[in-house]
Design a protein around this ligand. Structure first.
Ligand code: PEP
Ligand code: MG
Length: 566
């Protein structure tokens, strides 16, 4: 066979060798003709078709929910949002109307999604980005109605490298992690669903890889999730070398390791981001020293009213109990923009990301915040964890002071703020005078620094946390923390990039909180660098003209990337 390399973008590290399994093909468009009905039975037939369509949509929604429940965390949120789309009353209405006009159930579903799709595609970039999710829903429902195999992950019965045009959230959620060795997709970028989910699952991934979907089923490939190279049909010597590298990475990652620290013993707390009790086992298995970001939205989503105090208390207690003697940082409800809540957010704001979200929404509904803080306080009083609370989307010292006043009424150890708005970063000294600690949310901080919606895929390069300007803001907060003698953490995506983690430490950050799958790499790389080296890397990055230069220069200076496969 001819030498073949495919080149994509490595978005989740690791090297694997394995046989390819290609994702099932497209679901064909159902014929526009009417259902095979007996004359005179049109009405009864239409009713039966309508029932079948409704049942298929409901089955798709519950499958997605079940897949989400099985996986938890971010995956669950994504799938529940998708299930909600399948249950949209407007969609059901269109299907019923089309069936009434004589379409088959499958055809009506196809056409109804088509109308919905056009409306979304024309409703701005944020909604347009949901089109792929819609197509996935449509194909699942139509496959069900047409008696075809559901589109999705193949099951060849042995471990495999999944190759696909693109992966929908539902596909990645349904993956059996013991069987899937890596992802290779034609579409997608570093902030795509595929990339985020692959990192959350700890599976190597290459996206934006031309030729991925055309790979032959069963062909052996070497996937390098760092360099983005996919070697097709490698020679025995290449396989041996890849296996040596994979083995070195496994050995390095499984070696016993102490708590997070630089090579010269400067302690850095390495913590996990969790979205609820379901995420705790993975955090513990990865050796998280505590929780640096407990996203509490999971309790509130898809509800007409806030959850009862007792329900909140027991969910918080479950997480606290897992970290006796460790720290758990609870973020109070961050509703709005990408996480809207019916009972809290305004519906008619033209720019929800710039609207009454986060702490601003809680200030409009202080009873919701008070009830949450009380539930946290009660759970904290009964636990051995050190419970810290922080407010999302704080813009000023005055807001920090207001939040502290509310939270101080509860028996929590520290009260802090998230720094996600440039104004808060620029006034970090004043903000920290009103808070016990700060935690930098680089996802939103990037969004607001570059005025680039984090949900808009066309603006994804602005979400790159290697932007020197963004890191200048981090440096400012680190400096303010040092001056005030108060901890400054990072809990956005940036903290889980092992090379960037070194830079963040060099900028004065004292804790890093990330998806559990990233903890081992961050811990190992940190232990290979002194604080002075981290500071040198940070200086390089701040002096770099752009993120690519910053990344390349840190990569060329960092120690011991090879056996980690980074
Ligand atoms: C952030 O904005 O970086 C952050 C950690 O919060 P979230 O992603 O939940 O908005
Ligand atoms: Mg945020």
């Amino acid at each position: 066979m001819a030498e073949r390399f495919l080149q994509g973008v490595g978005v989740s590290p690791g090297v694997v060798v394995g046989p390819v399994a290609v994702m099932a093909g497209e679901v064909p468009e159902p014929s526009p003709g009417p259902p095979a009905a007996g004359a005179g039975a049109a009405e009864a037939e239409a009713e039966a078709e309508a029932r079948a369509a409704a049942a298929a949509l409901e089955a798709v929604a519950s499958d997605l929910e079940a897949a989400g429940l099985a996986v938890g965390g971010e995956v669950r949120e994504v799938l529940e949002a998708q299930a909600m789309m399948a249950r949209d009353p407007g969609l059901a209405g269109s299907v019923e109307r089309l069936v009434g006009q004589g379409r088959s159930a499958a055809r009506a579903v196809w056409e109804a999604f088509g109308t919905y799709r056009e409306a979304l595609a024309g409703a701005g970039e944020y909604m347009a980005a949901r089109v792929a999710d819609l197509d996935d829903l449509r194909d699942r429902a139509v496959a069900r109605l047409s008696g075809l195999p559901a589109p999705g992950v193949p099951d060849p019965g042995h471990p495999f490298v999944l190759a696909a045009e693109d992966l929908a959230p539902a596909d990645t959620a349904a993956l059996d992690r013991r069987k899937v060795l890596a992802f290779v997709t034609e579409q997608g970028g570093p902030t795509s669903h595929t990339a985020i989910l692959a990192r959350a699952l700890g599976v190597p991934a290459v996206v934006g890889c031309g030729g991925a979907a055309g790979l032959a089923d069963g062909v052996t490939v070497i996937v390098d999730g760092t360099s983005g190279v996919v070697r097709v049909a490698p020679a025995a010597a290449e396989v041996a070398e890849a296996e040596r590298r994979a083995g070195a990475r496994r050995a390095a990652r499984s070696a016993p390791s102490g708590p997070g620290a630089t090579a010269d013993g400067h302690r850095i707390d390495l913590l996990a981001n969790v979205g609820g009790p379901r995420d705790v086992p993975a955090a513990l298995a990865a050796g998280a020293e505590g929780v640096g970001l407990f996203r509490t939205e999971f309790l509130f989503l898809d509800r007409a009213d806030p959850p009862a105090p007792d329900e909140q208390q027991s969910a918080y207690a479950e997480v606290f109990e897992a970290f006796p003697g460790g720290k758990v940082v609870v973020r109070t409800l961050d509703a709005g923009a990408d996480k809207p809540l019916a009972f809290l957010n305004l519906r008619d704001e033209p720019n929800p990301a710039l609207g009454q979200r986060g702490l601003r929404a809680l200030r409009r509904a202080p009873e919701v915040l008070a009830a949450q803080l009380e539930a946290v306080g009660r759970a904290a009083a009964a636990s051995r964890a050190s419970v810290w609370v922080m407010a999302p989307m704080v813009a000023s010292a005055a807001e920090a002071a207001w939040f502290r006043e509310q939270a101080r009424r509860q028996p929590v150890d520290r009260v802090g703020v998230m720094i996600e708005i440039p104004a808060a970063a620029l006034s970090a000294g004043a903000v920290l005078a009103e808070a016990d600690f700060a935690s930098i949310g680089t996802n939103d901080l990037a969004q607001y620094t570059f005025a680039a919606d984090r949900e808009v895929s066309a603006l994804a390069p602005f979400q790159d946390p290697w932007q020197p300007v963004l890191l200048e803001l981090v440096a400012r907060v680190g400096e303010a923390g040092r001056a005030a003698g108060k901890p400054v953490g990072v809990c956005g995506e940036a903290a889980g990039d092992p090379l960037l983690a070194l830079v963040l430490v060099g900028l004065g950050v004292t804790s890093l909180s990330m998806g559990p799958a990233a903890l081992a790499d961050v811990r190992l790389l940190l232990a290979r660098h002194t604080l002075a080296e981290c500071r040198t890397l940070a200086e390089r990055v701040l002096a770099a003209p752009d993120p690519e230069t910053a990344r390349t220069s840190v990569r060329s200076l960092a120690n011991g990337l090879d056996d980690l496969g980074l």
